[in-house]
Design a protein around this ligand. Structure first.
Ligand SMILES: *Cc1c(COP(=O)(O)O)cnc(C)c1O
Length: 409
């Protein structure tokens, strides 16, 4: 069935999440398909940042630690993120980067796994996850075992302390079955750290429903928390006796006693380290609050509908130009992005940018487009594919400038 402008208008008219688009600062003409890398700015973040800077910082100064509740921001925002990912109150703490939280979660899990010294992950995981694991292994005299994506379950054995996996793969968007993988790991006594960077705010996540142990994730992607936003860490209640290794004063049971010896806080607070980055926390909270207004089921449905429209239109309009869809074809197995391999992927992404369509290039030959249902319309997808079609029709990737840059990148 051919997709027409009429079909697309109907899809937009029937979109239950349409009102959210107006919550974001979206420049006229821009088709933004990179919200899985850096989410757009919610308009309300401007007022919040203004308040944080002028009222809380400039006027309130140090009294804002209590007066504006800065002191509890990590736990307060953590609880809100928890509602998005199926955690209970008191199981999520916001702060630090995802990379740092990977270290914190791995070491916490290791502290519960006496006698086991192997860290397991897949080779194609997002690089920072593997880098953090490799660094920890060198530092802690542990073994880092990296296996192919389909060999992970078979690599679980009694020597493995922790398995680190990303729920939605950053290139292919493949979704791991969190409950199934966790159960298989637990059978062998292995604890699992889940990276939710491409899941939270993109697909329905149910950490406790999956009996998850630990999780981490990003604040600046689907949660729209702003560039370099604080990340978050989840620890299931049953693991709150784990020993943190980054024992900063904000993780102390009574930080303001200024005691000489570290005594970890009893709950999730023990996974805090230093002073929370208040400015970043303020922006993150606005993104999270906005996400909480949306129904995750509706969000997921719209993400699937937008992705399917993208793929169908690619077939209809760009079928002859040699794009290979590299994500799982079944929407249930695919997160909130679509990716295509093409020889000229780098140059095409540059040509798209010149036409105000932002996607991204992932080496060696992948074009990746984030599907962010909170602010993308069906017309955006149609317009994005149409601009891509024009680029292909006119072979704009042959432009010298793009080719030279492709050669050096
Ligand atoms: C984006 C992303 C990160 C980012 O880590 P930072 O420490 O915030 O730079 C980590 N892991 C995965 C899977 C990601 O997609």
């Amino acid at each position: 069935m051919t997709i027409t402008p009429g079909t697309i208008a109907q899809m937009d008219a029937a979109d239950p999440l349409a009102r959210f688009r107006d919550e974001f600062a979206i420049r006229e003409g821009l088709i933004y398909l990179d919200g899985n890398s850096l989410g757009m700015m919610p308009k309300r973040t401007v007022a919040r940042m203004n308040r944080t800077i002028t009222e809380e910082w400039a006027d309130g100064l140090i009294t804002s630690w209590l007066g504006a509740d800065w002191v509890n921001s990590a736990a307060r925002i953590g609880d809100k993120i928890g509602q998005i990912i199926g955690a209970e109150a008191g199981e999520v703490i916001a702060g630090d980067s995802t990379s740092i939280n990977i270290f914190k979660a791995l070491t916490a899990a290791l502290s519960l796994q006496e006698g086991r010294r192997v860290l397991l992950t897949e080779t194609t995981n997002f690089p920072t996850d593997n880098y953090m694991m490799q660094g920890l292994a060198r530092f802690g005299d542990l073994e880092c075992r990296e296996v192919g994506p389909d060999a992970v379950l078979d690599a679980l054995d009694g020597s493995v302390a922790v398995l680190l996996l990303t729920q939605v793969h950053y290139k292919t968007a493949r979704i791991r079955d969190m409950a199934e993988v966790t159960a298989r790991a637990h059978e062998k006594g292995v604890l699992v750290v889940w990276d939710l960077s491409h899941s939270a705010g993109a697909i329905e996540v149910d950490l406790n429903g999956a009996n998850a142990d630990f999780a981490v994730g990003c604040g600046y992607k689907f949660l729209n928390g702003g560039p370099g936003a604080p990340a978050y860490l989840f620890a299931a209640k049953r693991h709150h006796h784990a020993n943190p290794v980054l024992t900063g004063w904000f993780g102390h049971a009574r930080p303001f006693d200024f005691d000489g010896a570290f005594e970890p806080a009893t709950g999730i607070d023990r996974f805090q380290c230093g002073t929370p980055p208040v400015l970043g926390m303020s922006a993150l909270e606005e993104g999270v609050d906005l996400m909480l207004e949306a129904d995750m089921g509706a969000l997921r449905q719209k993400s699937i509908a937008l992705s399917e429209l993208f793929v169908d239109l690619m077939g209809q309009c760009c079928g002859e130009y040699g794009f290979e869809f590299i994500c799982p074809k079944d929407s249930d197995e695919r997160g909130s992005q679509v990716a295509f391999a093409h020889d000229q992927a780098y140059a095409i992404i540059q040509a798209l940018k010149a036409r105000d369509v932002i996607g991204d290039f992932r080496a060696p030959n992948i074009m990746r487009f984030g599907i962010t249902p909170l602010y993308l319309s069906f017309s955006d997808i149609a317009e994005g594919v149409e601009r891509l079609r024009m680029i292909c029709e006119q072979r704009e990737w042959d432009w010298k400038e793009y080719r030279t840059r492709a050669a050096v990148t």
